[in-house]
Design a protein around this ligand. Structure first.
Ligand code: TXA
Ligand code: MG
Length: 336
């Protein structure tokens, strides 16, 4: 069921053309692919993931030319084409008006489609070998941490999919950056592997909404950006302060008799992104009752890492070590 190499790619393309589901590596995370023009195949993605059909899928293509068949990259001021030329193949998803031919289930009720040309060689080979667009969300069950190894995919989805193509660990470790284009200046919908600083070199007036996500029940422009995504089963609190504060909080919570673990990430945001999802998965098997993580400096890839930590923590953030913060951390565990 897990296979690697050229033969696996060839078989993957066959399975996709026959309406099956194939998990494959990208430079960000593993995707769960299906023929984006096939209603039944796309429907199976939602079933296997347990994902609400209101949450649209990204369509993957091997080139700008192929992408332009399915969406209007040149919409509005033409930023989409400029971004595609600069950053594809790469960790960038462009949301543009859709063209006919895709399954409606790719973005139920939406006039737009998210398009991406990934940079991973195995993903590109698979897309070239497949005759058509490939819809692929991250290959995890809905609301859970995205997989960055073939083993994670099997842990998440087991034998409910037809093939997992093993391409090793995903180099970036966080999902693509999602940008929506239209008549107005482009807007960031999800921070990700392509950093805002780089996007701004092409689109200086990119609209970047404030860091904090809305409450879980708020209707989201980009449904997959809802809160409580990426959640480990151990309740996590994000400490938005220097790590010394986290160390003090760990001691204070331990003094209350609780087994608290630290989700410790490297200070370097590139390294932190690379291990983030493995570290979040590790929490589930680590045996603690609760966990604390320190937010990174929010520049570069730190923006995406902080976004995922914030969601993994269900928006639960403290910024100092005082009685109130400790009380809030404890209340969270005791209410479970
Ligand atoms: O790196 C990635 O983007 C990975 C790999 C496999 O390519 N895919 C991924 O897919 O993360 P998924 O489904 O887990 O996240 C897709 C995000 C969601 O937040 C979804 O709401 C948003 O993209 N999205 C897709 N199409 C959209 C559209 N037409 N309008 C607004 N948001 C859209
Ligand atoms: Mg996902």
């Amino acid at each position: 069921m897990i296979e690697a190499g050229e033969e696996a790619v060839r078989r993957g393309a066959e399975i996709l053309s026959a309406g099956g589901l194939v998990a494959f590596p990208t430079e960000t995370v593993y995707g769960l692919g299906a023929d984006a023009t096939d209603d039944a195949a796309v429907g199976r993605i939602f079933g296997v993931k347990g994902r609400p059909t209101a949450d649209p899928l990204i369509v993957h293509l091997p080139s700008i030319r192929e992408a332009a068949r399915w969406g209007e990259l040149g919409v509005g001021r033409g930023d989409g084409l400029r971004l595609a030329r600069e950053f594809w193949p790469g960790p960038l998803t462009l949301v543009v008006p859709r063209r006919p031919g895709l399954s409606d289930l790719v973005g139920k009720g939406l006039a737009t489609v998210g398009l991406r040309v990934p940079a991973h060689p195995v993903a590109l080979e698979l897309l070239r070998a497949t005759d058509g667009p490939v819809a692929a969300p991250s290959a995890n069950r809905f609301g859970r941490v995205s997989p960055t190894t073939a083993g994670h995919v099997v842990d998440e989805l087991g034998d409910r999919i037809d093939l997992v193509i093993d391409g090793g660990s995903c180099p970036l470790g966080v999902e693509s950056t999602v940008v929506i284009l239209g008549e107005d200046p482009p807007q960031l919908l999800r921070p990700g592997g392509l950093v805002v600083e780089d996007l701004r070199s092409v689109v200086p007036d990119l609209v970047v909404p404030d860091g904090e996500a809305g409450p879980p029940e708020a209707p989201a422009v980009s449904p997959g950006t809802m809160l409580a995504h990426y959640a480990p089963s151990v309740p996590l609190t994000l400490v938005d302060a220097r790590r010394t504060v986290t160390v003090e909080l760990l001691a204070a919570v331990r003094a209350e008799g609780l087994e608290v673990v630290e989700l410790r990430l490297p200070d370097d945001p590139v390294e932190a992104a690379g291990i983030l999802y493995s570290a979040l998965r590790g929490l589930d098997s680590g045996g603690g009752e609760l966990a604390l993580a320190t937010a990174l400096d929010g520049t570069g890839l730190g923006r995406a890492v902080n976004d995922r930590l914030f969601r993994a923590a269900h928006g639960h953030v403290v910024s100092e070590c005082d009685a109130d913060s400790v009380g809030r951390i404890l209340a969270r565990v005791r209410s479970r």
